[in-house]
Design a protein. Structure first.
Length: 230
C-alpha cells in the first residue's frame, strides 16, 4: 500500500467517525435548528480540522512501506488522534444544550457548562435537577411580580449570578408563560399563515425562532445572527 492510499483510507475513516458524531449531535441535541444559534458548526469544524491534522496528514508524512518502526509510528498517530477526538467529544458534551427557556421577551438556549451543580439542585421539579442527555428541555421563566422577589433576583444577578434563564430554581412549566410569549411575538414577514417569530439567543449567537401561533411551542430557527435565512 502506498502512503497516499494509507492516508486516503485514514481520511475516509476519520470522516466517517466525525460525520457520525455530527449527525448524532444534530439529531439528538439540536432540535428546531438550534445549531444555528449554538455555534455547533464552528465546534465541529475545529474538531474536523484537528482530527484531520492529527490523523491522515501524519499518516501521509510518516507512512513508508517497509519502514522500520512503521507500526509504532502508526500506533502513536492513532493514539494522538484518539486523544484529540476525546477532547473534542468532551467539549461537545459539556457544551450541549440542556434547557430551552422561554420568557415573555425571548427564548434562551442554555448549555450544560452554564449551570452550576448547586443551582441545578434547587430546581422546583425533579426532572429539572439533572442535565438532559437527549436534547434541551423546554421550560419557562419570568421575572417575579412581587417587589421583594424581583429585588432578590436583581441582587443575585448583580452579585455575579447567572440570571433567571440559567438558574433552575426560577424555572416553571412552559405553559405558564406561553400566553405572554404569544402576546409579544411578531407575525412572520410574508407568512400566509398566522406564524409567529420570537428572538432566540445563546452565548454563542442569536436569531429568530418560529413558534406555533396557538401554543407558542418552538418550531424552527429561521434566521441566525448573520441574517441568513434557513
Amino acid at each position: 500500500m502506498t502512503r497516499w492510499k494509507a492516508a486516503g483510507s485514514h481520511l475516509a475513516l476519520s470522516l466517517l467517525v466525525i460525520g457520525g458524531i455530527a449527525i448524532t449531535a444534530f439529531l439528538l441535541w439540536y432540535p428546531h435548528g438550534l445549531y444555528k444559534v449554538a455555534g455547533l458548526d464552528r465546534i465541529l469544524l475545529v474538531m474536523l480540522g484537528i482530527d484531520l491534522t492529527a490523523g491522515p496528514l501524519l499518516t501521509l508524512i510518516l507512512y513508508k512501506p517497509g519502514k522500520w518502526g512503521l507500526k509504532f509510528d502508526l500506533i502513536m498517530v492513532a493514539i494522538a488522534q484518539l486523544a484529540f477526538l476525546g477532547y473534542g467529544l468532551h467539549t461537545l458534551w459539556g457544551g450541549r444544550p440542556v434547557f430551552l427557556v422561554g420568557t415573555p421577551e425571548t427564548f434562551t438556549v442554555v448549555f450544560a457548562n452554564e449551570i452550576a451543580d448547586e443551582d441545578l439542585a434547587k430546581a422546583s421539579r425533579p426532572e429539572w435537577r439533572r442535565l438532559s442527555w437527549t436534547g434541551p428541555v423546554l421550560v419557562g421563566t419570568r421575572m417575579p411580580t412581587e417587589p421583594e422577589q424581583r429585588h432578590a433576583v436583581i441582587e443575585e444577578f448583580m452579585a455575579g449570578g447567572a440570571g433567571i434563564e440559567r438558574t433552575p430554581k426560577y424555572y416553571m412549566p412552559f405553559k405558564d408563560v406561553a400566553g405572554q410569549i404569544l402576546e409579544a411575538a411578531e407575525r412572520a414577514p410574508g407568512a400566509v399563515d398566522p406564524a409567529r417569530l420570537m428572538p432566540v439567543v445563546s452565548r454563542r449567537g442569536e436569531g429568530q425562532l418560529l413558534i406555533d401561533p396557538s401554543t407558542a411551542l418552538p418550531d424552527w430557527v429561521v434566521t441566525r445572527d448573520n441574517g441568513k435565512s434557513r
